[in-house]
Write a protein that binds this ligand. Structure first.
Ligand SMILES: [Zn+2]
Ligand SMILES: [Zn+2]
Length: 140
């Protein structure tokens, strides 16, 4: 499978029991449909950092590589750019046919961290609401 960004071959790398396809040339990561959710469920953080420590850290991609991306599975299908937003927007390019997604260097870690932050805020908010309800009941 080729990198949709720079055309280098993607390397399948294990993350827990999931296999992600990483470009060792521009450092992006391809996720098949559903893999992002699976990665989130592992609760792992700094996945990219860990992979770089284990498999090497290529130089940062040149900005000139930014352009029209093509899905590595569906060769003729252009990737569409979307912004996933939890706490802060993260750019991702996805294929409308196979629902795979391409994440540039550091976008995966950002995405996972962001979601964990949001979950923490929601839990905190839930606790506050619970205590507020409790205080009300006691005050009565
Ligand atoms: Zn690449
Ligand atoms: Zn596709």
């Amino acid at each position: 499978m080729k990198c949709p960004k720079c055309g280098a071959m993607l390397t399948p790398l294990p993350v827990g029991d999931i296999t992600v396809d990483k470009c060792q040339s521009c450092d992006g990561i391809w996720l098949d449909h559903g893999e992002l959710e699976k990665l989130r469920k592992t609760g792992l953080r700094d996945i990219e950092k860990t992979l770089e420590e284990q498999y090497g850290n290529p130089p940062a991609p040149m900005s000139s590589l930014d352009g029209y991306l093509r899905c590595p599975y569906c060769a003729d299908e252009g990737l569409r750019t979307n912004y996933v937003s939890y706490m802060q927007p993260v750019k991702m390019d996805h294929c409308a046919v196979c629902f795979g997604m391409w994440l540039d260097k550091r976008e995966l870690d950002k995405l996972l961290e962001d979601k964990q932050q949001l979950d923490a805020v929601q839990v905190e908010g839930g606790m506050k609401a619970m205590f507020a309800a409790l205080a009300k009941r006691i005050g009565r």
